[in-house]
Design a protein around this ligand. Structure first.
Ligand SMILES: Cc1ncc(COP(=O)(O)O)c(C=O)c1O
Length: 433
């Protein structure tokens, strides 16, 4: 399979994040909490398409909604009732969502949120947290996996990839996640030149650690004082609760970019906020206007799948799922302890992330210091060989078809894989007292 793929695609696939050496596992199908590869091997799936599949695979009401929609229309140039249905459901859950607009991906949602902030403020600069990933849009692709910033010295942005214009370095100000003092210092030089601060309430690549209430309150105060916008990127963290990551809290972002679970497994993204802010997307002769289109935006397939998936996510179902997530995190920590390997497990809600080589992860510097990619890669492969899939970076997501037995299996396989990999000498023994 991978040989065929290499003839037609660089490295044999279409997603940088899906590549694993020497080649990725090609999947054939999924059912409930499991996936099956092209060789017939079955795995318990904690990847869930990088957390997007909150119901795992083949959820009956999502499948039925899609089957009903297929014969009556896949996509149209005109709007349909399906997008009103999903927009109503989402605005009905989050009190600060008055108006909403769909996009095709989370990256596009973040892009539209930044464009909105720039249009509304007439400014170019944005600030984003070191280590946070916000998708593929030039100004936000800085300091995702670069070496930690020396906050006393050069705080300029580091471009994440080749292909980005060097001007991006002058457009984006990196700030220190959950560190008010360093962030205030980094922002102080720019004051009223900043259009928006983008914050992910649970940034996966920065450690899958929750934003602290004090930090969030500081960002809200700072943006309000400087007439800048606060953008909450909940593409991943909308999974945390019925009303998303910040929906039930006291801090209201100006714009929320979200996606993943709201598409029921199909491509989607969305931006939402107050009617006043969101009016920037409505053509107007006397106000700033951001053009936003897209051939497949709000296509009925994504809309009906999303509506079915989100309807099934009642408040009780979020509670049940998040309890399973908490059980998974504590079982994984228990396994690290019983094998005696230095490591940490972070996360919240139905999400977990495993780190090796550090006993605690409290920020991006710890993520960077964490065990070598080769140790984690070996661990992920050893788990895969035993029929459990988590992502290459140690990220996992619990899905609704999972039951306590599945969490027990995750922990047992993790422990067995740790023992195998630690015997090979690739893991540091736990030296914490
Ligand atoms: C926080 C965050 N923002 C944005 C994105 C980009 O979303 P998409 O992959 O749908 O473009 C992701 C994807 O993982 C994400 O986790």
């Amino acid at each position: 399979m991978s040989n065929r793929a290499r003839w037609v695609m660089p490295m044999g696939n279409t997603r940088s994040s899906a590549f694993t050496a020497p080649h990725p596992i090609y999947l054939a199908s999924g059912d409930g909490a499991h996936v099956t590869d092209v060789d017939g091997n079955r795995y318990l799936d904690f990847q869930n398409n990088f957390t997007a599949l909150i119901h795992g695979h083949g959820h009956s009401s999502v499948s039925e909604a899609l089957c009903r929609q297929v014969p009556i229309g896949l996509s149209f140039a005109n709007p349909t009732k399906t997008e009103i249905d999903l927009a109503e459901l989402l605005c009905g859950r989050v009190s600060h969502f008055e108006h909403l607009r769909f996009t095709n991906t989370g990256s596009e949602a973040v892009m539209m949120a930044i464009k909105a902030a720039r249009a509304l403020t007439g400014r170019t600069l944005i600030a984003k947290c070191e280590g946070a990933y916000h998708g593929c849009y030039d100004p936000i692709e800085v300091n995702v996996s670069a070496p930690p910033i020396d906050w006393e010295d050069d705080r300029r942005a580091t471009l994440q990839h080749d292909g980005l214009p060097t001007t991006v370095r002058d457009q984006t100000i990196p700030i220190a996640f959950n560190d008010i003092e360093k962030t205030e210092r980094a922002l102080s030089a720019y004051g009223s030149e900043i259009s928006a601060i983008v914050v992910d309430p649970l940034p996966s690549r920065a450690g899958l650690i929750c934003v602290s209430p004090d930090y969030l309150a500081f960002l809200r105060r700072w943006t309000s004082a400087h007439a800048a916008l606060l953008i909450s990127d909940e593409v991943l963290s909308f999974r945390l609760a019925y009303a998303g990551a910040l929906g039930d809290g006291p801090i209201r972002p100006d714009i929320t970019a979200f996606g993943k679970i709201i598409g029921g497994g199909l491509p989607i993204g969305a931006v939402a906020g107050s009617a006043d802010v969101m009016r920037v997307f409505a053509p107007s002769s006397d106000r700033p206007h951001v053009a936003h289109s897209g051939t497949f935006t709000a296509n009925p397939m994504s809309m009906v799948a999303g509506h079915a998936a989100m309807s099934a996510m009642t408040e009780n179902e979020f509670t049940r799922l998040n309890e399973l997530g908490a059980d998974a995190r504590s079982a994984l920590r228990g396994a690290l302890q019983s094998v005696g390997v230095t490591g940490a497990v972070t996360g919240a809600g139905s999400l977990f992330r495993i780190f090796l080589g550090v006993a605690e992860v409290s920020g991006y510097a710890d993520v960077f210091r964490a065990g070598s990619a080769s140790a984690l890669g070996a661990l992920v492969r050893a788990m895969q060989d035993r029929g459990v899939m988590i992502s290459q970076v140690g990220l996992g997501a619990v899905s609704t078809p999972m039951r306590p037995d599945d969490i027990n299996r995750l922990a047992a396989v993790f422990e067995e894989a740790l023992r195998t990999v630690s015997v090979s000498g690739r893991l540091a023994p736990d030296t914490t007292p």
